[in-house]
Design a binder for this molecule. Sequence first.
Ligand code: GDP
Ligand code: MG
Length: 370
Amino acid sequence: PETITVQELAQRMSERSADVVKTLMRMGVMATINQAIDPDTAELVVTEMGHRPKRVAEGDVETALTESVDAPETMLPRPPVVTIMGHVDHGKTSLLDALRATDVAAHEAGGITQHIGAYQVTLPSGQKITFLDTPGHEAFTAMRARGAKVTDIVVLVVAADDGVMPQTKEAIAHSKAAGVPIIIAINKMDKAGADPNRVRTELLQDEIQVEQLGGDVQSIEVSATKKMNLDKLEEAILLQSEVLELKANPDRAADGVVVEAQLDPGRGSVATVLVQRGTLKVGDVLVAGAVWGRVRRLVDDRGNAVDSAGPAFPVEILGLDGTPQAGDEFHVMESEARAREVADFRARRDRQAQLARAAGGRGTLEEMIK
Ligand code: GDP
Ligand code: MG
């Protein structure tokens, strides 16, 4: 899953490089023979020249774009993105609400809350943590199924009076499969039946060895309702993120992931995205899955209009021509024509895939990618 140079593409099609350059020019892409082009463009030009493209892997364009030269010195520390998971009723929602209330900026603004699927907390130290506030498991699996890596750290909530339950184990399995480090939040420590030692021991069954038992997984005893040890949990998150050395180049065209999206009767298509690289600005043209648009308005998690959003910053985008899906990646493009082209191309491909499925898997997509 890489970019391909114009020359190599020409060789694979047994066409002259100059003809590929000309075709690219007609499509509005200026490229020299040795220049690398992204897989979506490659696919378009191949089709345009009457050949049948063959894709090695899905999501190539994302890889191509994300791998496009971020020099080490452009990489700056960014906040961690955290997902809270755990068994039903163990306190995920309560903990998300309690953590959100620790935001120093929210206090100043009078604690206005607006649900946009993700929020960022600023700690008294000025450090920031981004929390994904989506129905944990579904969003996480949906995004992972689509190949998007959004979460840096999973906080696994386990109720101290209930212990490890089926969805706890499921969450551990998901996190491990995704290679995401886990921090254990042993919740409901205020309750009479709280038994944190039992929780820590039970976790061994799923090969989670907490620090207290000689392992390297942090576990913090908290109470979401009594707001106990939330600062310790946040410290644990920051410590884990230091280990991960999370960095991104804020000074480039933005890309990232759609966290959730819906059609709002009053505002049109509204997508909450998490910027992963670069800085997203009002006026940017972007493609998100099979949808494109020019950013008309950016709204932060407190309902304020903002001009831009950098790495790990969650924002709502208004101005898209349709509603993308959770887990779709977005990319800022150099022109409207190009964004429309990629979105149209993907929409066509999605329709063909649908038709192919409807026809029992014998359709055009199979032929196209054979
Ligand atoms: P979720 O299903 O994981 O999102 O769990 P909720 O946040 O909805 O919590 C389930 C129930 O547990 C609610 O009645 C909460 O009030 C309660 N709860 C959550 N955290 C705590 C806690 O720290 N202490 C106590 N005593 N109850 C809690
Ligand atoms: Mg809940």
